[in-house]
Write a protein that binds this ligand. Structure first.
Ligand code: GCU
Length: 626
């Protein structure tokens, strides 16, 4: 299959067909990106950044909306020497300067731009952000610009000098600016472009709003010259008492002394780094309370290395797969879940703050869930921190969604980088149970090759967690008695630990009642999580159970689905689509959707629909029995 899939196929001879398609494809979506060339340093990633000393740069930032990238390219499309990153302004010198951040409007950071201004609601392009800040340099200190996330392609300059570049809209990155910051007044300019591209991750088509901007915290973080840039402190697989840890120190040669303390357990271990800056440590105790949804116990873990001193809150638990079972702390668990998009309840826009996290996970808890699928991209770190505290297990995902450019090595490198950044940020979160590498991707050889590499990356970066993906399923022709059989036979299943499957019986396929005559088979002796099912309902719209868009129709879907799901012998969890209505540019039905996907069990204004209570009833019952 080639991109874009077109309907010309059979009617035109091969060569003509391919030529026409590529021209069509080119016109459709791959106009040469007017993006800034990446010339800056590769960003690093400071783990546990939210526990480090930092200077917040959140607040109002001056912005220039620049659909033509005039701030970077001249009329010949050549990079300008005096681009907006220089932050000049007209003055008495008479030099022609046609912009002035200090007189330009402002936008809130963190925050997407689309929900902050009606004129930017549909905007996909470039916006330049500028922020002035005071800074005091300190001896033996390194300074990093920390960006929680910037959607999608971003480039940062400090005092007119390039700091770093980053691609990917949902993971954090840190740019070293030690040599760029001045004593006293400084300015920071960040270019952000959220144009969708063919080679991007995600790519041209998604069913969620492409909120652009500096969507998460921005701050300056200070570290000693030798500091901890990554670590893992986890319970050993199959153990209830042995903790294995490694700590990576940056800026130090070998031999840096490292200490790990868990004072509540009276545990201390010391070691020193090898030539690669890594130190391994083992601790063991009989007094450990293992983390679980019923008892989300977190311990304060203290790390000292060189001059660096870090504290983190970590829960200790094991998560494994055995045949068709998912084992938490050695015992089978059923994941009563729901899917969530990072859409801010009530106000709309990209969710990022503590309140958003508390509202969304609070509703999931109220539903009786012990599990959430954070779709289809890494959510703000506040979500996984809160999930740790609340005892909510998490399916965490990278946006390898639908029709990615499978044969493009740049696309694979980008997806790999996003996965690495995600794992690095959340590897010590007890709540995070699964890494997901893809959603509803086509069964092609190129896709399989791409995803096998991504799965290997996940296993290399973190051998302690199962890997999954949301697959589509094969439907066999109906039997004479009308029974429909679904078979999990996607070749990708062979390389996954846990199978995810999206099905929409009763919405995109047949009526809700079809579920009652649908049987499920699997070619794999592996656990299944039904990662999506559901249907749209406009909150407050009522009618017959057979009437689409009504709460009764959605309720009927859930009743029929639950009866079917209970019959699937290898089902070990589910995350129906979806907890709350969310914005999507693909949902245009006036008076019903109005650019919202209405498959939420709760509306974006917090109204619980009838289906919420149907699922809650099952979950609260099974919470008692499981
Ligand atoms: C898909 C997809 C979701 C989408 C949902 C829907 O399965 O994974 O991103 O929103 O279906 O159609 O509502």
């Amino acid at each position: 299959m080639h991109w874009p899939p077109c309907t010309l196929g059979s009617r035109l001879p091969g060569v003509l067909h391919r030529t026409l398609c590529s021209i069509f494809g080119f016109l459709l979506g791959v106009l040469p990106s007017l993006r800034v060339q990446a010339a800056g340093a590769n960003p690093t990633l400071l783990v546990n950044a939210d526990h480090r000393t930092s200077i917040s740069l959140n607040g109002d930032w001056h912005v220039i909306v620049d659909p033509y990238n005039n701030g970077y390219y001249d009329f010949r499309m050549q990079p300008r020497a005096d681009g907006y990153f220089r932050n000049e302004k007209p003055d008495s010198s008479g030099k022609l300067v046609e912009y002035d951040f200090s007189k330009s409007p402002t936008l809130k950071v963190p925050g997407d731009w689309n929900s902050q201004s009606d004129s930017l609601f549909f905007y996909e392009g470039t916006i330049w952000y500028e922020k002035d800040f005071q800074y005091q340099r300190k001896p033996h200190t390194r300074t990093f610009l920390h960006i929680g996330a910037a959607n999608y392609d971003s480039h940062a300059w400090v005092n007119g000098k390039k700091a770093c570049d980053h691609e990917g809209g949902y993971t954090p990155f840190d740019c070293e600016v030690t040599d760029l910051v001045h004593e006293g007044g400084n300015f920071l300019v960040i270019y952000v472009n959220n144009q969708r591209t063919r080679e991007g991750v995600p790519t041209l088509n998604t069913d969620w709003w492409n909120y652009g901007g500096l969507t998460r915290d921005v701050s300056l973080i200070e570290t000693p010259e030798v500091f901890v840039d990554d670590y893992s402190v986890q319970l050993q697989q199959g153990s209830s008492s042995a903790i294995s840890a490694w700590i990576h120190v940056s800026g130090g040669a070998g031999g840096v002394p490292v200490t790990l303390n868990i004072s509540e357990l009276h545990l201390t271990a010391t070691s020193s780094t090898d030539a690669n800056g890594r130190a391994a440590l083992e601790l063991s105790t009989k007094d450990l309370v293992r983390w679980s949804p019923q008892n989300p116990k977190l311990y304060e873990v203290e790390i000292l290395a060189g001059g660096d001193h870090l504290k983190d809150q970590i829960g200790f638990r094991t998560i494994e797969v055995q045949g068709e079972n998912i084992l938490l702390n050695g015992k089978p668990i059923f994941l009563r879940g729901v899917s969530i998009h990072a859409e801010a309840p009530y106000r709309g826009g990209r969710a990022w703050n503590e309140q958003d996290a508390e509202t969304l996970l609070g509703w999931a808890k109220e539903l009786g869930a012990n599990f959430v699928r954070l779709a289809h991209y890494p959510h703000d770190e506040r979500m996984t921190r809160l999930a740790d505290r609340m005892g909510m297990m998490v399916w965490s995902e990278v946006p390898v969604y639908w029709m990615i450019d499978w044969e493009n090595p740049k696309t694979l490198a980008n997806a790999t980088q996003q996965l690495r950044e995600l794992i690095r940020r959340d590897r010590n979160k007890a709540s995070v149970a699964l890494w997901s590498v893809a959603n509803e991707t086509p069964n092609t050889a190129a896709r399989l090759a791409f995803l096998k590499k991504l799965i290997n990356t996940a296993r290399t970066e973190d051998p302690t967690r199962p890997v999954t993906a949301a697959l589509l399923v094969t439907t066999l022709p109906d039997a004479p008695n009308g029974t429909r059989t679904k078979v999990l036979d996607d070749p990708l299943g062979e390389y996954l630990d846990v199978l995810g499957c999206n099905e929409y019986i009763g919405w995109y396929e047949g009526t809700p009642e079809l579920a009652s005559r649908t049987k499920w088979q699997s070619n794999y002796n592996k656990p299944l999580i039904m990662s999506e099912y559901g249907g749209d309902a406009k909150a407050g719209l009522h009618g017959a159970p057979s009437e689409r868009w009504t709460e009764e129709y959605q309720e009927n879907i859930y009743r029929q689905q639950i009866a079917m799901l209970k019959q699937i012998p290898f089902l070990r969890g589910l995350s129906p689509w979806i907890l709350m209505d969310f914005r999507s540019p693909r949902r245009d039905l006036p008076g019903i959707q109005d650019y919202y996907n209405r498959k939420g069990l709760i509306s974006n204004e917090g109204q619980k629909k009838k289906a919420f209570f149907v699922l809650q009833e099952w979950y609260l019952q099974s919470a008692v029995t499981h």
